[in-house]
Design a protein around this ligand. Structure first.
Ligand SMILES: Nc1ncnc2c1ncn2[C@@H]1O[C@H](COP(=O)(O)OP(=O)(O)OP(=O)(O)O)[C@@H](O)[C@H]1O
Ligand SMILES: [Mg+2]
Length: 552
């Protein structure tokens, strides 16, 4: 039987499907709702929800579900065939119009610090979890619709998402995965057939935009703020239940929960978070809204809102106009913000451990874990065999001091470094023009590369080549290694915007093309060379390309 035959569906509002078991390949096992306390009130009304990790809520039925795109890798993870993904029912299920037996939709309760201030209860205001699929390998994947209608946590907002932000979320989740960055995944992008009003820059110019839903997929969507809310309310029993659940479900290798295991768990969360942000720094990703409600307990990148990609290397850049004044979430500040967020998580779980010192020690350890991870990563970007503290701290510091002095495309610059002949003993002695030639495409404004800056850059290149030459790695191997960590293609801000512009006209081809391109971000793809080039000039100041807001 086809998995998504209409006979397999029940409409929202009909009796909730409580039947567990497999259905044409999708096997639901809803451990989160089964094991954790739920909200006894099932009325979908905005309110404070106490003593509960979730509220049962049904996605809002929409007018005309239409599939825009899906990720075949994520479909495969879940065991969904191409035939199923291209069926009409697929769009109905993944906009929330139809529930499959075994699904039990719910919104999660969480709180969070937003821009450094405690915001109280936030929760899934527009995300609705459909259920947990256990796939053929026994792996657990939670399916979550973003933009599926209001929930008790919607506060003053509408519970919806627009095509613009959903294209960005869909493409970037998958692009990040293929870059090797820990992330939530995206199964599908669908249109609802309804219009949603948004004031993109909060400046009194609302417009109607097409409504859309992304189906996200992750082993868990638990956030730092999921623990904070219970600690803040003094609901210690729920805090403990959630922590025990998280340890048992997602960190089973740590053993049965105990104060010591909670500490080890926190240490692992610190390590995973450090690993995630090292990857962000490697590929030039700026999250844009690193509030504690947007931090995954699994160390996954979550919430692709006003994110952006560093084009010219500028550690002070933030894509988020809402953050323009304080630049709290600027590129260079992300590792420190992770530590600040981890400190909030430590505060929240402190009652489970009862001792501040060991928590503080783990938190302090984050700085070391991050630094070492960053050093290894930078050494790889430069094609060095290993980070040598005697020389490489200064070498890298000088490079990062030079890059912002002229607008220099980060992605192109690092990718092109591999073209320099680091194994050739005569390379450092090459003339200035020969040394600079592979890098010239990275400069946005030729005039900014003054003779003094050019001399300084050349002198750094010579130093770098001498240092790299000492490693004695064959050229082809060095190039291969560098090309495996320095992407050729990233989702440049303007590329997502072009895909949005077309999609809003009903043309989804660029979404499909970019999804395809970004499946192989490290490979040469000659037919797509244009996307490996610098951001075009028209995109320099265009909204959506250089500045974004939280409006989505
Ligand atoms: N249109 C909306 N309707 C209802 N709630 C919303 C809406 N937009 C954001 N929220 C809620 O506001 C809070 C902060 O929003 P934020 O922009 O971090 O999240 P988000 O983009 O909706 O979702 P997520 O973190 O799940 O990716 C969250 O509780 C979120 O659910
Ligand atoms: Mg969020």
């Amino acid at each position: 039987m086809n998995l998504l035959d209409s006979t397999d569906f029940i409409a929202p509002g009909q009796a909730a499907a409580t039947r567990r078991g497999s259905l044409g390949g999708l096997h639901f096992d809803n451990r989160f709702t089964r094991e954790l306390p739920g909200d006894p009130i099932t009325l979908n009304r905005r309110r404070q929800v106490s003593g509960a990790c979730y509220s049962l809520v049904t996605p809002t039925v929409v007018a005309a579900p239409q599939r825009v795109a899906y990720s075949r890798e994520v479909a495969d993870l879940l065991g969904l065939s191409v035939h199923t993904c291209e069926s009409e029912n697929f769009a109905r299920v993944f906009t929330g119009n139809r529930l499959l037996p075994g699904m039990q939709p719910y919104a999660m309760c969480y709180g969070g610090h937003q821009f450094g201030n405690w915001a109280g209860q936030l929760g899934d205001g527009r995300a609705i979890n459909l259920g947990e699929v256990v796939n053929r390998d026994g792996a657990r994947w939670v399916l979550q619709l973003k933009g599926a209608g209001p929930t008790p946590y919607s506060r003053t907002a509408d519970g919806l998402a627009v095509l613009r932000s959903s294209v960005r979320e869909f493409l970037c989740s998958e692009a990040m995965f293929h870059l090797g960055v820990p992330t939530t995944r995206a199964l599908s992008l669908t249109l609802t057939g309804e219009q949603v009003e948004r004031d993109m820059f909060y400046d009194g110019h609302p417009r109607l935009e097409p409504g859309a839903v992304v189906c996200r997929v992750a082993p868990s969507f638990i956030r730092f703020g999921s623990f904070q809310i219970f600690a803040a309310r003094g609901e210690m029993d729920v805090l403990k239940q959630l922590a025990d659940y998280a340890v048992r479900t997602d960190f089973p290798h740590l053993g049965e929960p105990s104060p010591d295991v909670y500490l080890q768990w926190f240490e692992e969360v610190c390590r995973r978070t450090a690993d995630m942000v090292v990857h962000w720094m490697r590929v030039g990703f700026v999250h844009g809204v690193m509030n504690t409600d947007n931090m995954s307990i699994l160390g996954l990148t979550i919430d692709y809102g006003p994110y952006g990609w560093l084009e010219n290397y500028d550690p002070d850049w933030t894509p988020n106009t809402t953050d323009a004044a304080g630049r709290r979430y600027r590129f260079g500040h992300q590792p420190a913000i992770c530590q600040w967020n981890l400190a909030q998580l430590a505060n929240a779980i402190y009652p489970l451990i009862g001792q501040a010192e060991p928590l503080q020690a783990v938190l302090d350890g984050y700085a070391t874990v991050y630094r070492e991870g960053w050093q290894r990563m930078m050494a790889r970007k430069l094609g060095l065999a290993a980070f040598d503290p005697h020389t490489d701290d200064l070498l890298i510091a000088e490079l990062l001091a030079i890059l912002p002095l002229a607008e220099t495309d980060m992605t192109i610059f690092f990718r092109r470094l591999a073209r320099l002949g680091a194994n050739d003993p005569s390379a450092p002695a090459a003339g200035e023009d020969a040394l600079m030639a592979p890098l010239m495409d990275a400069y946005y404004v030729p005039g900014q590369l003054t003779p003094a800056l050019r001399r300084r850059t050349v002198s750094w290149l010579r130093r770098y080549l001498e240092r790299a030459g000492r490693d004695d790695i064959p050229h082809e191997i060095r190039v291969r290694r560098m090309n495996a960590v320095n992407p050729k293609y990233v989702l440049r801000n303007y590329m997502a915007q072009l895909a949005i512009d077309k999609a809003e006209q009903g043309d989804f081809t660029l979404i499909h093309d970019l999804l395809e391109l970004l499946r192989r971000p490290y490979d040469k793809q000659p037919e797509s060379e244009i996307y490996a080039a610098k951001r075009p000039d028209w995109a320099r100041h265009r909204p959506g390309c250089s500045m974004l807001s939280c409006s989505s």
